[in-house]
Design a protein around this ligand. Structure first.
Ligand SMILES: *Cc1c(COP(=O)(O)O)cnc(C)c1O
Length: 356
């Protein structure tokens, strides 16, 4: 650390992303990504003449991409902001609205919320999930702080109905509720229709998961025009050309191919059902998931052991030792059917060794 670092960042620990080891070939199921290629139009765009002409700045408001994203959700471009992943979007939201306030989120959820709150010096606290890891809707209705909810939640995969979200939003119009719908495309009900009804609601989407585009890192915020205007002002101050021309071309191509998206989602869901059934048969408690990952634990095999043994067999998955209540749970991203057959086979061999 240099002696020049700002006081605020002296004791900071960066968010820990899923590891990317290169010592051997792994089946990588630790970051909810995919080994599948994105929509064919994405490759065409990357090979096109547009990509040989990058001497100019991109159009700063990413209007072309916001138009497409808005149309898909039935809203206007003024109700959408584009960012480099929902992570950048969440960063703008925290900076724009929470700096003089406080924010809360569940104790078992996406770790980046905590990372942002700490990094920006924003007052924050956790609202524990109930014992069965479902959202404590009642507690959140009484909450005076701004609220961030991942729905479906990560890493549990659990989803609450839109009516519950609406109760939380409506309970107090003087704080903002952010609903992070990173997994919405996996046949989940979106609370997008509520953004016209409530001016204290922001919905966040990403192309990293169902669109198979984590490497392009594109995300969106949706909300009433005033909220999006404020966010856009902060974006304009911090990074006016945040979306590169490459990113925009790729994002537009993928948004235009909804048939590909649906086919990919169907493949993931099929592989998820296969994996869930097989692992339950092997004695695991697998939470019902509405996403591209599952959250599970075994009565005799600790989470730590399971992760280590899978790793030795060339498979990377993730656990959350800092979330004490979920210490023995493991999160496995749903890859291709072949990748998931390898997970089931490896798990069977681990359990055989354990029994021996
Ligand atoms: C993966 C994930 C994100 C991050 O998405 P990016 O768009 O890649 O930054 C945000 N929220 C949740 C709940 C996620 O699971």
């Amino acid at each position: 650390m240099s002696r020049f670092i700002s006081k605020r960042y002296k004791d900071i620990t960066p968010y820990i992303p899923g590891e990317q080891p290169k010592d051997r070939l792994y089946i990588k199921l630790n970051a909810n990504e995919t080994s599948c290629e994105p929509a064919p139009g994405v490759r065409r765009v990357l090979e096109s003449s547009r990509m040989r002409n990058l001497g100019r700045y991109t159009e700063p408001t990413a209007l072309e991409m916001r138009r497409l994203a808005a149309a898909l959700c039935g809203v206007r471009p003024e109700e959408v902001l584009a960012g480099n992943g929902s992570d950048e979007i969440l960063g703008w939201i925290f900076q724009t609205f929470f700096m003089d306030a406080s924010v809360c989120y569940p104790d078992i959820t996406y770790g980046f919320y905590e990372s942002l709150a700490v990094g920006l010096g924003i007052e924050h606290h956790e609202v524990p999930l109930k014992d069965d890891f479902t959202l404590d809707v009642e507690a959140l209705c009484h909450e005076k702080s701004n609220i961030v909810i991942a729905n479906p939640n990560a890493p549990t995969g659990h989803m609450v109905p839109v009516s519950d979200i609406e109760r939380i939003v409506a309970a107090d119009p003087n704080r903002i509720v952010v609903v992070d719908e990173a997994y919405i495309q996996f046949h989940n009900e979106s609370c997008m229709p509520l953004i016209r009804k409530y001016d204290n609601l922001i919905v966040v989407h990403t192309m990293s998961k169902a669109y198979a585009l984590a490497g392009a890192h594109i995300g969106f915020a949706y909300g009433c025009q005033d909220l999006i205007h404020d966010l856009d002002c902060v974006r304009g101050v911090m990074n006016p050309y945040n979306i590169s021309d490459i990113t925009m071309a790729v994002g537009c191509a993928a948004l235009r191919d909804q048939a590909y998206l649906e086919a990919h989602v169907r493949d993931v869901e099929e592989a998820r059902e296969y994996t869930t059934t097989e692992l339950r048969e092997l004695g695991f408690k697998v939470l019902d998931s509405r996403t591209n990952f599952i959250f599970l634990k075994h009565p005799y095999l600790s989470g730590e052991e399971y992760v280590r043994e899978l790793r030795e067999r060339g498979i990377l998955v993730r656990r959350y030792p800092s979330m004490k209540r979920a210490e023995n749970y493991v999160r496995i991203t749903i890859g291709t059917l072949e990748e998931m057959q390898a997970v089931v086979a490896a798990t069977r061999s681990i359990l055989l060794c354990l029994a021996a």
